[in-house]
Design a protein around this ligand. Sequence first.
Ligand SMILES: O=C(O)Cc1cc(O)ccc1O
Ligand SMILES: [Fe+2]
Length: 453
Amino acid sequence: MKASAKTSQFIQAPSIPGPHEGYMPGFGNDFETEALPGALPQGMNSPQKCNYGLYGEQLSGTAFTAPGHQNERTWCYRIRPSVKHTHRFKRVDLPYWKSAPLVDPDVISLGQYRWDPVLQAGGTTWLTGMRTMTTAGDVNTQVGMAAHVYVVTDSMVDAYFYSADSELLVVPQQGRMRFCTELGIIDLAPQEVAILPRGLVYRVEVLEGPCRGFVCENYGQKFVLPERGPIGANCMANRRDFKTPVAAFEDREVSSTVTVKWGGQFHVTQIGQSPLDVVAWHGNYAPVKYDLNTYCPVGSVLFDHPDPSIFTVLTAPSGVPGTANIDFVLFRDRWMVAEDTFRPPWYHKNVMSELMGNIHGQYDAKPKGFVPGGMSLHNMMLPHGPDRMAFEGASNADLKPHKLKDTMSFMFETRFPQHLTPFAATEAPLQDDYIDCWGDMPKLFDGTPGVKG
Ligand SMILES: O=C(O)Cc1cc(O)ccc1O
Ligand SMILES: [Fe+2]
């Protein structure tokens, strides 16, 4: 695949190996990083004059008075204050990037749905290539989420974006992208994920295209690591495997645009320079990436299939304990060892809504039809489970230890019903025959005791 033009023009301290290699480990740590020596004030946030003539500016990710363990903010030392970047807005239309609430009377959302991978002609950027599949909750009251699929072929050139509405969890499935952000650079490939915090300005470059993947747009409280409970201090996602970029900045005076998502609408402003001009920063509100292959799955070691919450990578709380606004759940390669057990996911009806995407390989409950790049939706209280082929295979399998190889799928699970967008219902490659995968499930019951089928 052809690499698109690269536009990164960052300046970093000579000791830092290179934009794509400079990351700091930890989740929610208090980091400090500077791209020029001495740019970061020590012992205080607001000196009368900052070194290098920089401006000090705070980015508040939570309310000032949020409890200490949730309070997130970052102090930026930048060439210009952000207010010089973003004013005099004009409304722009990005017709495929939708926000909740969006309940189209012509669209039926209840049901079991599955889509083939979305394909698109070229010429799309991070903004124009975003296609909303479902929305849930309400962007204005900051509850719920949207699930998107993107196809991106072109880099954003002198064009920048931020979402005031949401943090974005990015799950690439194909291609490689670079997120050039105010706080540093994240390179992202399939089987990695990134979180772009609410309010953070960035542009997206295509390193190897076309790029396709999924985005969970979280309108609510930020993603955190789930409680491990009796599992203890280790396994599942470990904090040190999350990587936050070191400071990197651009000092470029060139006519540019900043597009802002705010209240479900998009607005653009024209500026005369790159807004990625943060030379140094410290704080705990920052973008992060995570390699899904570092996720240490814990599962059944004797019998039965535990609830999939055992595979939660990240959870965005809703305010109701244990009932997430969003859980991000990973089904990766692992050993299946349970004895005398139907090993795939059980048949299920759920108060939560389950949107799944396939990143790589085959999913055990759906050996056919749920392909990499594809998505499925099993909405609130809509039954689902293994298809006939998976049921028959697993009911008759020789239950020796078996490794599920070449498999990586995920779930965005929300407590709110997910509403299909018109794009998901009509333009996207919806599989009309999806529910037929259960249509010919045989009746095995014949009134007599004993094992059947
Ligand atoms: O395949 C699914 O739809 C998700 C799922 C996974 C699992 O391990 C148990 C139940 C369930 O619905
Ligand atoms: Fe389920």
